[in-house]
Design a protein around this ligand. Structure first.
Ligand SMILES: [Zn+2]
Length: 281
């Protein structure tokens, strides 16, 4: 006798396989969607650092380091010198935006001279406002080194961008080995940093510092730094975070030198910052 159920089983099995496939596909989709999308902008409207300079159309040093880091850490990285991407519609495609920039990004720059800028795409007039709104809506902003040498104001004027990032580059002296001292060892962005880290770099000094930021680390000039009068000061903040609306902001003053970017400790700190800025704990 024929089993009345026979013939139904293949269909049932098929349905089961289809359902399993669907779960797998959804799972893969969810995994892809969870990959943190990072935009790295290295437009120079003022001084162009060698670390982000593209020569003969090749990716710059920092772009190569970040590309390898993204591959290793599972970030989806886009690198650009086109500040035109800083608008509401394009920002919506990213979880984290990183700036290694100089000058007034609304100016393309001539591409000539030490402070002439790179001539790459300019930021739209409303770019800063749209960036701030994107952060307030839950975006993660990371500023590295010269990100505070961007949208500087006239004397006595704090521009909206500087108010957002929490400090403004004032001056730097000769490079020296300063000691990074972690103030908040429990902070997620300090996870990979030694409590004290002696590092040769170009150390920025700041003005218009926002006292309400959360200081993660400061720089102790030590005796070597103090040999330059401008660094004959107490340890001061060089890594800080702040919240803005539903978003997060991280700044790290280090990273002028290529060999700082080559350092695995610095790379891990950048990866930690990306995860924190993306809202992971
Ligand atoms: Zn520099």
């Amino acid at each position: 006798m024929k089993d009345p159920e026979q013939g139904k089983h293949p269909m049932r099995n098929l349905a089961f396989v289809a359902a399993a496939l669907l779960v797998l596909m959804l799972g893969a989709g969810a995994l892809a969607a969870s990959e943190t999308k990072v935009l790295f902008l290295s437009k120079s409207s003022g001084f162009e650092h060698s670390a982000i300079k593209r020569v003969d159309g090749q990716p710059a040093h920092v772009e190569r380091v970040l590309t390898a880091l993204a591959e290793d850490q599972g970030f989806e990285l886009t690198t650009t010198k086109d500040a035109g991407l800083i608008n509401a519609e394009d920002l919506a495609r990213f979880d984290v935006v990183m700036f290694y920039t100089t000058g007034d990004l609304r100016m393309p720059g001539s591409g000539e001279g030490l402070f002439g800028g790179d001539g790459e795409g300019a930021m739209p007039a409303g770019g800063v406002g749209e960036l701030v709104a994107w952060i307030e809506g839950g975006g993660g902003f990371i500023g590295i080194h010269c990100a505070t040498d961007t949208f500087r104001g006239e004397e006595g004027d704090v521009t909206p961008y500087i108010a957002m990032i929490g400090g403004e580059f004032r001056i730097h002296g000769r490079q020296f080995e300063g000691t990074l001292e972690v103030v908040d060892t429990a902070h997620p962005t300090a996870r990979s940093l030694p409590e004290r880290w002696l590092k040769l770099d170009e150390w920025y000094l700041f003005k218009n510092f926002d006292e309400s930021v959360h200081v993660v680390a400061r720089m102790n000039p030590g005796t070597e730094g103090k040999r330059q009068e401008m660094y004959d000061i107490e340890p001061y903040p060089v890594i800080w975070t702040k919240n803005l609306g539903d978003g997060r902001i991280y700044y790290n003053a280090m990273g002028h030198r290529e060999d700082v970017w080559d350092d695995e400790i610095f790379q891990s700190a950048v990866a930690d910052a990306i995860r924190w800025a993306a809202g992971e704990r």
